[in-house]
Design a protein around this ligand. Structure first.
Ligand SMILES: CC(=O)[C@@H](O)[C@H](O)COP(=O)(O)O
Ligand SMILES: NCC(=O)COP(=O)(O)O
Length: 251
């Protein structure tokens, strides 16, 4: 536990947890149609290297994570399994069957290369409210993917979700371009989430270059989920050293 000062207030914070997104391990496996690399073994290793969670994002075309992977991982994950995705019927049924620790709802379109926007929590309020109530009734923690926009975070609160996940691509782009102010909307979003008593996660395009600055800037950041950059960095440093570097950056 640490004490930090945010916006003039002393805040008690827990260390931000690292949930490793393993979509790219499945991408590599699927490239040859066999079982190399073995996703289950890799996930066990990632946990033994210190990751505090595992994130997967089964997409409807199963281009990386397959629905069966979610079942297989549920049986072996010892930390927290977080399943992300668009709550179409097939996805809802999978999550209800697998019962991960957390489900993160993302408004992906079917043909998107990757996630590219947060929810409009005002337009989709009734739908999100219904789906979230169903997941929560099964004891699954819920999170919804949102841009750092006050109306969308207030709308998220109305859905009954436990947490929000801030979509961090705009921050990652701004940071790369040398604009540290790109974090400002995220700090404001974090303070609002705190006022509304919403748990706070974040992810998308976070990396070893930008994650320390991001996590040090945001009050109450409970979890970051990181995949693309982490796996790319591990090509040079190996998974164990890379995960250790993230844990240091988040401590
Ligand atoms: C929800 C989110 O931000 C994504 O980053 C996602 O989980 C990554 O998905 P892909 O690996 O399919 O790009
Ligand atoms: N929720 C974000 C996530 O799981 C990983 O996103 P990325 O690091 O692959 O961009």
């Amino acid at each position: 536990m640490l004490l930090r000062i945010f916006a003039g207030k002393v805040t008690i914070i827990e260390m931000t947890k690292l949930s490793v997104n393993v979509n790219k391990i499945a991408t590599l496996r699927n490239a040859r149609g066999g079982n190399v690399p073995d996703l289950v073994k890799t996930v066990k290793d990632i946990e033994s290297f210190g990751a505090q969670g595992i994130t997967i994002h089964p997409r409807p075309d199963e281009r990386h994570i397959r629905y069966q992977d979610a079942r297989d991982l549920k049986a072996i994950v010892k930390t927290e399994l977080n399943i992300e995705g668009n709550p179409v019927e097939k996805f809802i049924n999978l999550v209800l069957e697998v019962q991960p620790a957390q489900v993160t709802l993302v408004p992906d379109s079917v043909d998107a290369i990757t996630s590219n926007a947060g929810w409009d929590t005002i337009k989709n309020r009734a739908f999100l409210k219904e789906v979230i109530a169903e997941f929560k009734s099964k004891g699954i923690r819920t999170s919804i993917f949102v841009d750092p926009v006050a109306e969308m975070i207030e709308g998220a609160k109305e859905t009954g979700t436990d947490r929000i996940e801030l979509y961090t691509e705009a921050f990652a782009v701004g940071f790369k371009e040398g604009r540290p102010n790109a974090v400002k909307p995220y700090v404001e979003a974090a303070l609002l989430a705190q006022d509304l008593d919403l748990g706070l996660n974040a992810g998308h395009d976070l990396s070893l270059e930008n994650v320390k600055f991001f996590a040090d800037s945001l009050p109450g950041l409970l979890e970051v989920s990181i995949g693309h950059a982490l796996i790319a960095e591990a090509l040079y440093d190996g998974l164990e050293k890379t995960i250790q570097s993230y844990l240091e950056a988040l401590s």
